[in-house]
Write a protein that binds this ligand. Structure first.
Ligand code: THU
Length: 131
């Protein structure tokens, strides 16, 4: 793993410390690098009306897009309360995969803390697209 990848994972871990996970007590952090080299982070933000909860990945992506970015070059996700013996507890959810697909660079790799680098094409081989 490249040193840059370690730094990006560290950003994701730090972002998880900001999570508002009052109901699930399952903090998540995400960090991404845009095509122009900017780093954006996000954490999950829950709500008493559970369905309004937003995942860490989408907070990071929406923040990047709102700042003018359009392509994600690399991404890291950290679920410190996930179970390293059960990788399904560490990977991005399906909804976030669809959102990532909208902005993913062609060769995007997602660094999953506790699992390793996974090519985005493996995580979501056939995203829905309108064009
Ligand atoms: N969560 C994320 O932030 N990202 C994911 O990809 C999976 C789930 C959050 C949502 C909720 O706040 C908590 O983890 C438990 O589902």
């Amino acid at each position: 793993m490249k040193l840059d990848d370690d730094a990006l994972l560290q950003h994701a871990r730090e972002a998880s410390l900001k999570a508002y996970s009052a109901y699930s007590e399952f903090p998540v952090g995400a960090a991404l690098v845009t095509e122009d080299g900017r780093i954006f982070t996000g954490c999950n933000i829950e709500n008493a009306s559970y369905g309004l909860t937003i995942c860490a990945e989408r907070v990071a992506i929406f923040s990047a897009v709102a700042a003018g970015a359009r392509r994600i070059r690399r991404m890291a996700v950290s679920c410190p309360r996930g179970d390293r013996t059960q990788p399904n507890t560490l990977v991005p959810c399906g909804a976030c995969r669809q959102v990532i697909a909208e902005f993913a660079a062609e060769d995007l790799v997602v660094l999953v803390d506790g699992v390793g680098p996974i090519s985005f094409g493996m995580l979501l081989p056939t995203p829905f697209r309108l064009r």
